[in-house]
Design a protein around this ligand. Sequence first.
Ligand code: DX5
Ligand code: ZN
Length: 216
Amino acid sequence: MFKLAPSILSADFSCLGQQVAAVEKGGADLIHVDVMDGHFVPNISFGSAVMKSVIKCSSLKFDVHLMIENPDDYIEDFVTDKTEYITVHQEACRHLHRAVQHIKNSGIKAGVSVNPATPVETLTEIAEYADLMLIMSVNPGFGGQRFISSCLKKIEKLKQFREDNGLGFLIEVDGGVNLGNAADIVKAGADILVAGSAVFGSDNIEKQIMLFKSIF
Ligand code: DX5
Ligand code: ZN
């Protein structure tokens, strides 16, 4: 069974608390928090203050996706008793192993993400230290983009690599996930699906989560 992590990037920020409560009621597994700095990606979203407010509105755990330069400098800001994962980008870390250790030493599970043009092979050396690998299936920065279908091959490759090496990290897929492609993405090997616009763009968020959860 896969897990669903709705991204609050596409939520209505004027009623963020209610929207997070609705995804929890519908059966979401994690809340995905997209942090953007306007440097690593061409957009600015929000920082830890927003997350720390929103965690009061849900009993779910949080999945923090840092799309920022120098993520190592900001890890502590996102450490809370509801933070399950903090994910950094391979492309943003000069010392990726150090960043991963920093997250784990803070008592949080560590994720590593790669952009669509970055080969999964660049993850082989960090794989044994990571709890999560996040395959970006759009170029990060914005919600509502189209899924890049060649990323399915990357997911399959990563799953095979995990099997061949007896490793235990989870595979998360983020970007352009919707009710039409979710089953194929899970079949390719995703353990966690992130969905932003496909969840929060719906008139009935709770029902939309239930539809997602019933596809597999
Ligand atoms: C993209 C973010 C995603 C995004 C997903 O930079 O990391 O989490 O918000 O949004 P959708 O599901 O609309 O592609
Ligand atoms: Zn994300």
